[in-house]
Design a protein around this ligand. Structure first.
Ligand code: SF4
Length: 432
């Protein structure tokens, strides 16, 4: 059978990136070649996102661009996979007949067969990397058992399913062999890891065993505030290679809104958790995500959120305007906060966070920090500290000062200046 040249466009979140990497490794084992650009390919795969309207639009426009290439005879096949077909498979089939087939988020064998490749269970822990070689993601579970009212992911990704620890350790070991230094643990919700396997949290056990593999940095992303295993915070403090960093999306703080969002925690519970985490590890940097403009959110409730953020002083914070998603439970509510008002609230909250972030970064001036370099631009090396996750957090801009530094290398750097989202300084010494 002719072996095709395939271009895979992976959209959406890091969980999609892992799915794309797993597909590529399996297909390559069957002799399929993946190209850097669509121009070199006869087949295009688009791994789509269906979380919110903007992401859906991007997925559709990339699909239409591929259809354009097919109509012009530049590619012969188009496959669309991932979250969008999970929500709109029938509609997509009707509206995009030029697409050869649609696959959901759990149809790896099926899309491999369409490519003329074979699914090999024994290769499930293999990944062909789409991230820079020095960092990667480890998806420790699939799906979600929570029922947050604004979210359609449980419908898209199904019930929570922890990946067996042994499989994850093999997968991580292979990534380490490839030279990965920073491993970011992800799932829709890492707090529930292991409950479906052992009736209790296995996150700390997994973290300790991953820490023994010898990565330089292990990072925890997407923790849910309920059932969060505090023992991992102790491990974070005790293990040098577990970053003093936690991503803990909270979405809001107001009791009425948290109840309507069906988050299973109230403001007091949230503050208690944050207090316990900081008591256990004063070194920790907390990242969170907030949603503003949720149905019925009053000015007073939004101001309570501002006061909460001012009080808690998160190290990193992202904020989204509520998106009225037709597959999410909250779609039944009246989306009565205007788009303009939503955008104003996002801006107001991020303005507050910018002043907090500036204060948090000022403490680094005059200090020496360990930095992992992601890229080089001229004589400036751009990297991150252990307190910054890839693609979402702060950057360090460092004068290379004649040091021979490459992406993927660690160095120590003196920080001279700072702003809300950047540290500026110079390299003092290169490490490994
Ligand atoms: S935890 Fe809530 S927001 Fe996150 S994926 Fe699950 S339902 Fe969605």
């Amino acid at each position: 059978m002719t072996k095709h040249n395939v271009f895979l466009l992976s959209l959406g979140c890091s969980k999609n990136t892992v799915d794309s990497e797993r597909l590529m490794a399996q297909a390559e084992a069957s002799g399929i070649r993946f190209t850097e650009s669509a121009d070199e390919a006869d087949t295009i795969i688009i791994n789509t996102c269906g979380f919110i309207a903007d992401a859906k639009e991007e997925s559709i426009s990339e699909t239409l661009a591929a259809v354009g290439r097919k109509t012009e005879g530049r590619v012969s096949r188009i496959y669309v996979m991932g979250c969008l077909p999970e929500l709109y498979r029938r509609e997509l089939k009707e509206e995009l007949p030029e697409v050869d087939a649609f696959f959901g988020t759990r149809e790896l064998p099926e899309i491999l067969a369409a490519l003329g490749a074979e699914f090999n269970e024994g290769l499930y822990d293999r990944r062909s990397m789409l991230t820079p070689a020095h960092y990667s993601y480890l998806k420790i579970a699939e799906g979600c058992n929570r029922t947050c009212s604004f979210c359609s992911i449980p419908i898209i990704r199904g019930r929570y399913k922890s990946q067996p620890p042994e499989q994850l350790l093999r997968e991580a070991g292979l990534l380490r062999e490839k030279g990965v230094k920073e491993l970011n643990l992800i799932a829709q919700d890492i707090s529930l890891y292991g409950y479906d396997l052992a009736g209790k949290s296995l996150l700390n056990d997994l973290l300790l065993r991953l820490s023994d593999i010898g990565f330089d940095w292990l990072r925890l992303l997407y923790a849910y505030p309920v059932n969060f295993p505090l023992e991992v915070i102790r491990t974070m403090r005790e293990r040098e290679n577990v970053c003093n960093y936690l991503d803990l999306p909270l979405q809001h703080c107001n009791d009425r809104i948290l109840k309507s969002m069906n988050r299973g925690i109230d403001r007091k519970g949230t503050e208690r958790l944050i207090g316990s985490i900081r008591d256990l590890n004063p070194e920790i940097r907390l990242r969170t995500t907030m949603i503003v403009g949720y149905p019925g959110e009053t000015r007073a409730e939004f101001e309570e959120l501002l006061e909460f953020v001012e009080t808690v002083q998160f190290d990193r914070l992202g904020c989204f305007a509520y998106c009225h998603e037709e597959h999410a439970p909250a779609y039944a509510l009246d989306d009565n906060v205007s788009p303009e008002e939503k955008e104003e609230r996002v801006a107001e909250l991020m303005e507050l966070q910018e002043s907090i972030a500036a204060g948090k970064n000022r403490v680094f001036e005059g200090r020496v920090v360990k930095v992992l370099i992601d890229s080089i631009e001229g004589d400036i090396a751009i990297g991150r500290t252990e307190y910054d996750a890839p693609e979402v957090d702060n950057e360090c801009l460092l004068e290379t000062g004649g040091f021979d530094i490459q992406p993927g290398m660690f160095c120590t750097a003196a920080i001279d200046e700072s702003s809300a989202y950047e540290l500026q300084g110079r390299i003092l010494q290169t490490l490994h």
